[in-house]
Design a protein around this ligand. Structure first.
Ligand SMILES: Nc1ncnc2c1ncn2[C@@H]1O[C@H](COP(=O)(O)OP(=O)(O)OP(=O)(O)O)[C@@H](O)[C@H]1O
Ligand SMILES: O=P(O)(O)OC[C@@]1(O)O[C@H](CO)[C@@H](O)[C@@H]1O
Length: 304
């Protein structure tokens, strides 16, 4: 079974404003409301690709109810823990540039946190657990590391798509996969990652730190996959970016959709990149048809 865990889900309110002007009343030309949060996006893309998962995390109030209703309607299993404050609303403003305002998220009590850990105790060897997104301020930044250790002891494949200290602290527990973008990779090593060569250099340092598989996404500049056996470099397909929210999550979902079906790493990586670009080129998250069509444009090269 694949579990996705979003500690800090959101409603994503996408507002398109043709010529945004700061400090003035702006009118939208288009708006969309989606359930959000990185793990939830991964569960949604997995469903589009025909793979079942169960979405875990904390939801509260009317915004939390919207997320659960949306997933239920899409036949995506979920088992969220109800918290007393409302789930956040994140604003994604699309104008000349993409601007995001992400909320802090509700307070999560110790009891709620223990309830989540209990659900992880009930998972089985061989399961996949994705930990994705920011940690609400009321939760310690050791939380992902604690879960990663628990997973290692239980033989669960833990995948982490997060940034900063929560990610850094989890590295020593040998996660199965992490997917930093090139900025997040640079942040881990207090440097800037500009080129594919930089990404390979620092990606190898993550393998030395114990991570089993690494994908470094570099937006329109391609992506890198590394593990102890190979380093793979991918291009990205041509297209017009409409909304990059969830593109990184789609890379994780595309990869998981294949690796959990026992396909090889190169195929999983290719599907990851195809799904990432298919989402970047869409208003909402990608569909299977879009992924299958873009996959033909992707070339994976092995670096020896
Ligand atoms: N300009 C682009 N052209 C083609 N594909 C793109 C472009 N930008 C992003 N993508 C696709 O989206 C994937 C993820 O992008 P990126 O490296 O920006 O990750 P991220 O920062 O985690 O994404 P997110 O926008 O979801 O936070 C890329 O690997 C690629 O497949
Ligand atoms: O604040 P976080 O948890 O880092 O990121 C949350 C978020 O920006 O990530 C998703 C896209 O990856 C969105 O659905 C959501 O709004």
């Amino acid at each position: 079974m694949i579990y996705t865990c979003t500690l800090n889900p959101s409603i994503d309110y996408l507002a398109r404003v043709e010529d945004f002007k700061e400090g003035q009343i702006n009118r939208t030309s288009d708006t969309f409301i989606y359930p959000g949060g990185k793990g939830i996006n991964v569960s949604r893309v997995l469903k589009h690709l025909g793979i079942e998962s169960t979405a875990l995390g904390f939801t509260g109030g009317f915004t939390g109810a919207f997320i659960k209703d949306f997933l239920t309607q899409d036949h995506i299993q979920h088992d969220f823990i109800e918290v007393s404050e409302v789930t956040r609303i994140n604003v994604k403003l699309k104008s000349h540039k993409e601007t995001e305002i992400n909320g802090q998220g509700p307070v999560i009590s110790m009891e709620n946190q223990q309830n989540l850990l209990q659900k992880i105790n009930n998972m089985s060897k061989g399961d996949f657990l994705l930990l994705a997104g920011s940690i609400p301020p009321s939760i310690s930044d050791d939380f992902y590391a604690d879960i990663a250790k628990k997973c290692k002891d239980k033989g669960i494949h833990v995948v982490i798509d997060a940034a900063g200290e929560p990610l850094r602290k989890a590295l020593k527990h040998q996660p199965f996969l992490i997917k930093p973008n090139h900025h997040e990779l640079g942040e881990l090593f207090q440097t800037n990652v500009h080129t594919k060569e930089d990404a390979i250099f620092y990606g190898k340092k993550l393998l030395e730190a114990g991570v089993q598989n690494v994908i470094v996404s570099m937006a329109g500049d391609g992506a890198i996959f590394l593990n102890k056996d190979s380093v793979l470099v991918s291009n990205v397909p041509d297209g017009t970016v409409k909304n990059s929210v969830g593109a990184g999550d789609s890379v994780v979902a595309g990869f998981l959709s294949q690796i959990t079906q026992e396909r090889d790493y190169a195929t999983a990586f290719l599907y990851g990149v195809a799904a990432g670009s298919a989402t970047a080129f869409s208003e909402d998250l990608c569909t299977l048809e879009q992924v299958e069509s873009l996959r033909k444009q992707i070339i994976i090269e092995e670096i020896l």
